[in-house]
Design a protein around this ligand. Structure first.
Ligand code: C2E
Ligand code: MG
Ligand code: MG
Ligand code: MG
Length: 282
């Protein structure tokens, strides 16, 4: 009996430590949101045909004063549980639109949305305000949502999606293939882009099953008139496979990690240089 007690209190202590660490993240996150402690980093989206950068995905970064960079995988769930995701999401949208408005006119910015941002009801005005205040044309903004959003298929969510699209904003389905019924969601709403989850891109060159899956998603995209982007491209071998399958766009460490806005312009310049020198050789 006493042994059981011992195990039980150990378990309790573990739970308690976890709850405390979450609580600490919540307090620090609230502070970071209020004091500009969060910022977007930008990772290039590359056209696999021309090699040109077509846009950048904004990824939230949190340089924590004591812990260094904390991964969004750790704090986005806390933000969602505590409702802080609305402030965080609004902040990212605003910063990303302000930054992108200073980039060349043919470069887009993609911003991730949490399903919870659709439930509070004012997402449409948050997006409209970010566009108006930054002066960024709607066609240069892309919004990434995951399949979980559509799980409920509520008419309110669909109405918001349609209203966003009516503004001229492009809608992307993120992490495609990881959810329960990705295909049925494509029938509920006309997305502009599908992002193949990185789990299908990993070791693509050595995995025939993954190749078959990527091939079908690409042909699905062609059939629907939707751009297909591969996430998590890390090697030349994965890249040449994606090219062979006709995938339109890629994103991954092979091209670049996410970088601060100050480095976006130099990435674009380096790309122009590469395109120019390739043209000289040709
Ligand atoms: P995501 O939207 O699917 O973003 C892609 C993630 O893959 C990013 O992780 C990116 O750094 C990582 N990645 C890119 N290329 C590679 C690669 O070649 N190899 C590997 N192994 N990983 C790669 P990150 O920045 O840690 O973000 C994780 C997730 O957190 C994002 O997944 C997104 O769901 C969420 N997230 C990030 N920023 C925001 C935000 O501002 N709002 C919301 N709601 N969610 C965000
Ligand atoms: Mg994303
Ligand atoms: Mg993704
Ligand atoms: Mg992801």
């Amino acid at each position: 009996k006493s042994e059981f007690r011992g195990t039980f209190s150990f378990f309790e202590a573990e739970m308690d430590a976890r709850a405390q660490s979450r609580r600490k993240i919540e307090i620090d996150l609230r502070d970071a949101i209020q004091n500009e402690g969060l910022r977007p980093y930008y990772q290039p989206l590359v056209d696999l045909c021309s090699g040109r950068i077509t846009g950048f995905e904004a990824l939230v970064r949190w340089p924590h004063p004591e812990r260094g960079m904390i991964s969004p995988a750790e704090f986005i769930p806390v933000a969602e549980e505590t409702g802080l995701i609305n402030a965080l999401g609004g902040l990212m949208l605003h910063r990303a639109c302000m930054d992108a408005a200073q980039w060349p006119d043919d470069v887009r910015v993609a911003v991730n949305l949490s399903p919870l941002q659709f439930r509070t009801g004012n997402l449409l005005s948050v997006v409209t305000d970010a566009l108006r205040q930054s002066g960024l044309p709607a066609r240069r903004l892309e919004l990434e949502i995951t399949e979980t959003l559509l799980l409920e298929k509520s008419s309110q969510v669909l109405a918001t999606l349609h209203a966003l699209r009516a503004l001229g904003v492009r809608m992307s389905m993120d992490d495609f293939g990881t959810g329960y019924s990705s295909l049925s969601y494509l029938r509920s709403f006309p997305f502009d882009k599908i992002k193949i989850d990185q789990s299908f891109v990993r070791d693509l060159d050595a995995n025939r099953d993954a190749q078959a899956i990527v091939r079908s998603i690409v042909s699905l995209g062609v059939g629907l008139g939707v751009t297909i982007t591969a996430e998590g491209v890390e090697t030349e071998a994965e890249l040449s496979c994606l090219r062979a399958e006709g995938c339109h766009e890629g994103q991954g460490f092979l091209f670049s990690r996410a970088r601060p806005n100050a480095e976006v312009i130099s990435l674009l310049r380096a790309q122009r240089g590469a395109v120019a020198s390739a043209a000289l050789v040709a």
